[in-house]
Design a protein around this ligand. Structure first.
Ligand SMILES: NC(=O)C1=CN([C@@H]2O[C@H](COP(=O)(O)OP(=O)(O)OC[C@H]3O[C@@H](n4cnc5c(N)ncnc54)[C@H](OP(=O)(O)O)[C@@H]3O)[C@@H](O)[C@H]2O)C=CC1
Ligand SMILES: O=C(O)CCC(=O)C(=O)O
Length: 478
């Protein structure tokens, strides 16, 4: 069984303790043994990152662009192997995994371009002869803490902009899925980045994650994961005046209007609620359906749902891979039990599925008959489970869609431009989708939500520079 260390200061550091990375499609398959890093590893990584940062910031933007482009090319050259590894460690289908790996390459390619595109601003002072410049500079050392549901794309969309703009990085992947990030570190190492520019410490959130967040040498922390952990990180980072960016949960509504094209609506619902096993912060976990189309929509949805093939992530006919681990499966089952025990609810699907290999297989489920106040329609489940809520008319649909503590993304299926436009304006979310699944965003576009879904500047696209750079304002009298 191969053992992997952390990547610190351009070297692979041998670890004392390791943790198994288990394949959720087949729990007898151990992907590898990964370092259970400690605070001393974080300290060494931050020291290396601090030493490397001024030199990295001083490199030509073209050098940074060339190196990021080399990472993109190396990812693409190895797509098959990386996709298979990702599917093995996370449980996404082979197709979903390949799409994610390609997305990681697109992200590195996009930020290669951004490295040479960074601009500042100038303005005239109110004092004659004086010019004011706003110049963007790197923040310094960025701590990156990532979740298990996008093992290579999320680490890439935090790392690529950090590096493009001259920061150095200490990254902690989720303990459930360290393999893809270790491969990314190998690629970055082979591409020829200076030692210390990119560092990875694997290990638990409570130890390695906390050490990154509280380390005085880390200038900024970018995090994606649960609200509870994000809240603690925000408090700890703000307490020592470090910059912080959080991407948290969602309870994303997809409205099916009375005039919706039901083929489009069912496609959007199936994709948004169940693909990637529902394990996306952008998942459509509330389907808000106008009573005029409730019966035909739910009938077609149930039929499509029942036909979805749940199975081993690497089996060619699998449409829905396994749940990531037994803990998340317990969470999904607990919410389904709660729904079944609630008067008026009817649960369709949601049974455990047996396959040739022992994996965490759960059939997709919808919960009908409950209103928007039910616990299952308020809390993020993070599994292949959606609540279906019946409403009367557009105004009620908008009110229900907005009646949540989250605000990541909202979708509407309608053939009316007026309804689509109205929904877009009134939705209390960072992102809106019209006749598209709520999940699945473009790699070159800003990403982020409102309310308790996100905190700090948006991620991705050119807007990423707002987090990964600081303005320096200079008054100049020549
Ligand atoms: N918005 C999103 O995209 C995501 C939301 N979630 C939500 O979070 C729930 C739980 O998922 P989970 O992976 O456990 O999410 P967590 O928030 O626990 O984990 C996200 C990352 O933070 C790390 N972490 C955990 N505790 C700390 C800490 N005290 N200080 C610093 N870092 C820490 C984790 O490490 P490690 O796991 O290695 O211990 C992981 O790398 C899901 O059911 C879902 O609701 C989950 C993933 C993504
Ligand atoms: O839907 C997407 O493309 C992105 C989802 C995401 O960022 C997440 O689940 O953390």
């Amino acid at each position: 069984m191969e053992r992997y260390g952390s990547y610190i200061g351009g070297r692979w550091v041998v670890a004392r303790d390791h943790r198994e990375n288990v394949n959720p499609s087949d729990t007898s398959d151990i992907v590898g043994l990964f370092a259970a890093g400690g605070r001393d590893d974080v300290d060494a990584a931050v020291t290396a990152a601090r030493e490397a940062q001024p030199g990295w910031a001083a490199t030509s933007p073209q050098t940074r662009a060339d190196l990021l482009e080399a990472v993109a090319a190396r990812i693409l050259a190895d797509v098959d192997r990386l996709a298979e590894l990702l599917a093995r460690e996370e449980g996404k289908t082979r197709g979903e995994s390949e799409a994610e790996v390609r997305r990681a390459a697109q992200i590195f390619r996009f930020f290669a371009g951004e490295a040479v595109r960074l601009t500042g601003e100038t303005q005239d002072s109110i004092r004659p002869g004086v010019t004011v410049t706003h110049r963007r500079e790197p923040v310094g050392v960025v701590g990156v803490i990532t979740p298990w549901n996008f093992p290579i794309a999320i680490p890439s969309w935090k790392t690529a902009p950090a590096l493009a703009y001259g920061n150095t990085v200490v990254l902690k992947p989720a303990e459930l899925v360290p393999a893809s990030v270790i491969e990314l570190a190998r690629i970055i190492d082979h591409a020829g980045f200076p030692p210390g520019v990119f560092n990875v410490v694997t290990g638990s959130g409570g130890v390695v994650g906390d050490a990154i967040v509280t380390h005085p040498g880390v200038d900024a922390v970018t995090f994606t994961g649960s609200e509870a952990v994000g809240r603690g990180i925000a408090v700890a980072a703000a307490g020592r005046f470090a910059k912080v960016q959080l991407e948290l949960g969602g309870k994303n509504p997809l409205v099916i209007a009375a005039d919706a094209d039901l083929d489009v609506a069912v496609d959007c619902a199936v994709n948004g609620a169940f693909f990637s096993t529902g394990q996306r912060c952008t998942a459509s976990s509330r389907l808000i359906v106008d009573h005029a189309v409730y019966e035909p929509f739910t009938e077609r949805l149930r039929a499509r749902m029942a036909a979805l093939r749940v199975g081993h992530a690497l089996a060619p006919d699998t449409e829905i891979g396994p749940v990531v681990d037994d803990r998340q499966l317990d969470t999904d089952l607990r919410y389904l039990e709660l729904a079944r025990a609630t008067p008026g609810a009817s649960v369709h699907g949601g049974d455990l599925v047996e396959r040739d290999t022992k994996g965490h297989y759960l059939a997709p489920a919808i919960i009908e008959g409950l209103d928007n106040q039910a616990v299952v329609n308020r809390e993020e489940i993070f599994g292949p489970v959606a609540g279906v809520i019946r409403v009367s008319g557009h105004d009620e649909a908008v009110a229900v869609a907005n009646d949540t503590e989250f605000g990541l993304v909202a979708g509407i299926c309608t053939t009316s431009l007026a309804l689509a436009d109205d929904f877009q304006r009134r939705s209390q979310t960072g992102m809106v989708m019209v006749n598209l699944p709520t999940a699945g965003v473009d790699p070159h576009v800003a990403f982020g939500g409102r309310k308790r879904s996100s905190y700090g500047p948006k991620e991705q696209g050119a807007h990423a520079r707002d987090f990964f750079t600081e303005y320096k304002i200079a008054y100049v009298r020549p």
